[in-house]
Design a protein around this ligand. Structure first.
Ligand SMILES: Cc1cc2nc3c(=O)[nH]c(=O)nc-3n(C[C@H](O)[C@H](O)[C@H](O)COP(=O)(O)O)c2cc1C
Length: 176
């Protein structure tokens, strides 16, 4: 019986790619599902919960999923346009915590950069000067830097992270 669930929400495919890399690295021990389609969670003990960052928060579908979790060990994973360990990115983890029940324990998180939807970039190019997302040189650089992610290195990182968590989980939570 599989005890590990990888549930993800993805609008343009970045978070899905990371979820798939996590699943591949789990050597057949994990089930992969979209957050919106996750039905019976009873059998799972360890849940990798993935979301794309939407205005500093987990996206809406993922928020609904996080709220459903009870008595689970959780590893959060997120993709976002900003640098993955920036203050903004770390704040997004903190915001995800708001949707998680006290009955769960969060074991950790994985933050990966993800290309921003070109339609959103087009819209931001029309934002007026002074707007935080206006097309300044700094913002344009950030959008460009994000555009190649998640890349192979990111997916390898996800894979290594899965192996580490499974190792830790087996040592600390699986009775001998
Ligand atoms: C409406 C919207 C809001 C977003 N808000 C943020 C944000 O607050 N911070 C950030 O770093 N990236 C933000 N992004 C970028 C996405 O989080 C990023 O592109 C993510 O990798 C998309 O994942 P997906 O391909 O799985 O949908 C936003 C994107 C959209 C479309």
């Amino acid at each position: 019986m599989k005890k590990v669930l990888i549930a993800y929400s993805s609008r343009t495919g970045n978070t899905k790619k990371v979820a798939e890399a996590l699943c591949d690295a789990a050597d057949g021990r994990a089930e992969l599902v979209e957050c919106g389609k996750a039905a019976d969670l009873g059998m799972f003990d360890l849940v990798f919960a993935g979301y794309w960052v939407d205005k500093g928060e987990p996206d809406k579908i993922a928020r609904q999923f996080l709220r459903k979790l009870e008595n689970k060990k959780i590893v959060l994973f997120q993709t976002l346009g900003a640098e993955p360990l920036s203050e903004h990115a770390l704040g997004c983890f903190a915001n995800a915590g708001k949707y998680i029940s006290e009955s769960c324990s969060v074991l950790g998180g994985l933050s990966i950069r993800g290309a921003i939807d070109p339609n959103l970039i087009k819209a931001m190019c029309n934002f007026p000067e002074g707007h935080p997302h206006a097309p300044t040189a700094e913002n344009r650089k950030r959008w460009l830097d994000a555009s190649a992610h998640p890349d192979q290195k990111d997916l390898e990182k996800a894979s290594a992270v899965m192996k580490k968590y499974l190792d830790m989980y087996d040592k600390q939570f699986v009775p001998k």
